[in-house]
Design a protein around this ligand. Sequence first.
Ligand code: PBG
Length: 323
Amino acid sequence: MLRRPRRNRKTAAIRSMVEENKLSTSDFMYPMFLLEGKSKSIEVESMPGIHRLSIDLMLKEIEACLNLGIRSFDIFPVVDEKHKDKLATQSHNPDFFYLKALEEIKNKFPEACIMTDVAMDPYSTDGHDGVVDEDGSILNDESLEILGAMALAQAETGIDIIGPSDMMDGRVEYIRDILDDNGYEDTSIMSYTAKYASAFYGPFRDALDSAPKSGDKKTYQMNPANLREAIIEAELDEEEGADFLMVKPALAYLDVIKLLRDNFDLPITAYNVSGEYAMIKAAAQKGWLDNDATMMEALLSMKRAGAKVILTYFAKEAAQLMK
Ligand code: PBG
């Protein structure tokens, strides 16, 4: 036998020398849920270990994460029902607690990379990412105006990256133009390029209480059956000025990550979504899976598939383990 692949696996030193992919804490972006008020920490039932935090506690949590080497954060607002309306008005009210908190975070940690989410669902009584017409359809171009105002209000807080997650057509260019016209040409856009109409977002919608009140998101989010269509979305986002291309969810869509990695030169982001986190946590709690090993293997698979950036609720836990 001339070829024995096991020779390259025989010791830990050799295995690490021939290792093709390695996770680093600088790959991670940590999604966090912001509550209005003070001294509040409420665990998300379907996401053990993940807490919705008020700004005072979130600042502490960000500091702890920075000390672990996590430098990027994606902040989502938990919006009380009383602040919601059909047109997501609070999403671009500069006095709204979310925008105030973003300013506070950037002032306290200018070195941290902060991303925000652009979509109407957390602020909308309909729970949809765009404007809902009387007949229940989602209006594309009418939604762009609101998404543009939302993105500009977020950019004005000094955050680093705008993350349009709404899947309306033309939104990247629309937002890019508004940012540039207002002097925010340095604010980046991480587009949710291939965002699928997935059942894996359930726990996130629990966390924000943002599930659609009627219908589903299938007329704007992609069909899980489709791969080639991701190329169309990626070409558009690249032309429209996106700085990063995201695939979401991650684990069930590793082929999509690989496809975009092979065909585009922009950095690819994998969003390891709430349901993917919940699956591992639930199995680990039952003693059916080893939490740490499964978590690291799942994250590594995203990197191997071609993701440079990994948005994951495991960020802090993984960083602690890697230390
Ligand atoms: C908002 C948004 C969603 C997620 C990120 N941004 C939910 C959705 O589109 O329904 C899901 C994230 C996760 O499940 O972790 N549009």
